[in-house]
Structures are given as C-alpha cells and as structure tokens.
Design a protein around this ligand. Structure first.
Ligand code: SF4
Ligand code: SF4
Length: 323
C-alpha cells in the first residue's frame, strides 16, 4: 500500500496533535533584500529584491512586542542589516529591555561590504546573538552554494566578530548554521559540530558556540534546483520516509510567531514563503491585532513541506530537534 504523503494524515496515524503552545519567539522577517543569491535560499532573496519592512511597520511591531511577554526577538531576511530601519529597531528594543534576547540571522559577508563596517560593534554593543550561515568549512562547498568569494569574506568577518568577543564572551553568543549542499539530510549535529570546531580553529583560529544543522526545505530556490535536476519527488520521498514522530513536540511553529515585512502573521518562515498565512475567521492577521495568550492552543497550517522539519533528527531555526 502506498504510504500517505499528507502531513496531517501522518500525524493522525501517529495520534499526534500539532497545536500552538505559549509563544516564546517573535521571528520577524525584515524582507528579501540580500547581497547574495544562495542556491538553497528558501526566501528567494537577492540584491534586486525590493520587499523590505518600512519604518512604520517596524514601530508597530516593536510597540506590540513590548506589550507582550515574548522573550526572544529573532530577526531574519534576506540580510536584515541591509534594511534601513535595522539599527533603530534594535535600539528601540534595547530602550525598553535589556533582558529579552535579540537574535540576528547574519549573512557574515555583509560585514565585508562597503558601508557596513558598523555591524560588528553595533551587534556587540547591543548584545545581539548571532546565528550565521556557514554551510561548510571547505571553500569549494561554500562557494558552490553561496557564490564566489563568500568563503574568504565570511572567514574575515568571523575573525572580526571573534576579536570583539563573539564566540568566547558568554554575553556574545555566535552559532553557525550548516545545511546540506544537496538533496540529502544533515549528518549528526553533535559529531559535525566537533569537526567544524576543530577545522575552524585549526585553519582559521575561529571559535563559535554551537552548530545548528538545518534541513533544506523543498520550497523556493531549492525546490527550483530540485526540479531542474529532476530530484524533487525523490527528495520529498526521502523526507517523508524519514518522518520521526519524536520531533513533533519540538517543532518551532509551536512556540514561534512568524511575521513578514508587512506585519502579517504566519506559523513559520517557510509558510511565509509559501504564502500560507495564519487565519482567524478565514482572514489573515496583522501581528499588532493578536493577543498571544488567545493564540495558544490554536491550529497550525501544514503541508507536505513540513516533512522537512520532521525528517531524521528534525530541523528548525535552532537546528536538530532531537538527539
Ligand atoms: S540564504 Fe541567506 S545569505 Fe543566502 S541569499 Fe538567502 S537570505 Fe541571502
Ligand atoms: S514547515 Fe513550519 S508549520 Fe510546517 S512543521 Fe515546519 S515549522 Fe511547523
């Protein structure tokens, strides 16, 4: 009998109900502008994209965030540092709280671009945690995925971040993200972290805190790559056949509110890219219209891409979901 490729059906088979819990993280996608065009990018980000968050939307989001007890603000993009309101946003958050965690999903090459030499000091001064893409410790693999020159620029940027205390000062955490260079699942996160730490230290004197392994999602630019190479169906089958029910308890959509550059609410960044907003009474929502407490225990919109989060040891913006 053919196994179901419907995510909801698979959850039902395992008697699992996927619903929201208390919100811990507001993940704000500040837009699609980026200086790179990586092959695995689920945002289709690039230098010519015009969709970026406005000053007005930033202030609405921050006002709402300050009225909640959500403990983490996670900034993503594109490259958030390229958005004109980025610094004001972080300063506003630091004006009302020093205790809430602010994370930036950093494309480190931006530090080496003209006009962005403020980034290192600014992040350190504002205690911003860094989660940075570094898909391999070998230049060939990084540049195949992210473009020529990216490896050396990233290395120089990480050395600057290390020099100011990132990766050694406990208040300045810096984590790296690995994602596979093709249509396969990430290897064991802990083992790969040891290899990465050794290679980065031995070759470049770079230290970092944790390695997060993230599965490539079969959407956007990576989906196009799979289709061009006639691998899309096989990859979906791999994800489906690797379904691990133990990952579901830790899925990030349970405790994250994801918001796009115009303030609309989604269950995760992937649903954003697939234009699957969170609905209430059949209407999409702006984040400043919701009460996080009422949001608890509501349903989550899933489709077949969700198998990307539940395959093997699972995957989220914080890496693997189970040991
Ligand atoms: S993966 Fe990150 S750095 Fe690469 S194009 Fe997308 S947003 Fe830019
Ligand atoms: S893709 Fe989004 S909604 Fe689906 S399981 Fe992953 S985090 Fe949850």
């Amino acid at each position: 009998m053919k196994e179901s490729h419907n995510f909801e059906t698979v959850l039902e088979t395992h008697k699992i109900s996927l619903r929201r819990e208390k919100t811990r993280t507001l993940q704000l996608n500040m837009g699609k502008l980026c200086n790179l065009t990586c092959t695995h990018c689920h945002v289709n980000a690039g230098p010519n994209r015009k969709e970026i968050i406005s000053h007005e939307t930033i202030s609405n989001v921050i006002e709402w965030f300050s009225s909640t007890d959500i403990s983490i603000l996670d900034l993503t993009g594109g490259t958030p540092e390229m958005v004109p309101g980025y610094k004001d946003l972080i300063r506003s958050v630091r004006n009302f709280t020093s205790s809430r965690k602010v994370i930036t999903r950093l494309n480190a090459t931006i530090i080496e671009e003209e006009g962005f030499d403020w980034v290192v000091n600014f992040l350190a001064e504002n205690n911003v945690e860094i989660i940075a893409s570094m898909p391999c410790y070998e230049p060939k693999n990084v540049e195949a995925q992210r473009g020529n020159g990216v490896f050396d620029k990233s290395i120089r940027a990480f050395q600057k971040l290390n020099a100011i205390g990132y990766g050694s000062n406990p208040d300045l955490a810096m984590h790296f993200v690995y994602n596979p260079s093709g249509d396969f699942l990430p290897p064991d996160q802990k083992e790969l972290e040891q290899e990465y730490k050794k290679a980065m230290m031995d070759h470049f004197s770079i230290s970092f805190d944790n390695l997060y392994c993230i599965t490539n999602m079969p959407i956007s630019r990576f989906a196009s790559w799979l289709k061009r190479n006639d691998k899309f169906n096989d990859y979906l089958l791999l994800l489906r056949n690797s379904f691990n029910p133990q990952t579901v308890n830790n899925l990030m959509c349970r405790d994250t509110i994801s918001v796009n550059w115009v303030g609309e609410v989604f269950d995760c960044d992937f649903n954003q890219m697939l234009k699957l907003p969170t609905y209430k009474n059949n209407r999409s929502l702006k984040v400043w219209d919701i009460d996080p407490k009422e949001f608890q225990n509501t349903s989550i919109r899933t489709q077949s891409h969700c198998f990307g989060c539940t395959a093997g040891t699972g995957s989220s913006c914080g890496g693997a979901l189970v040991e």
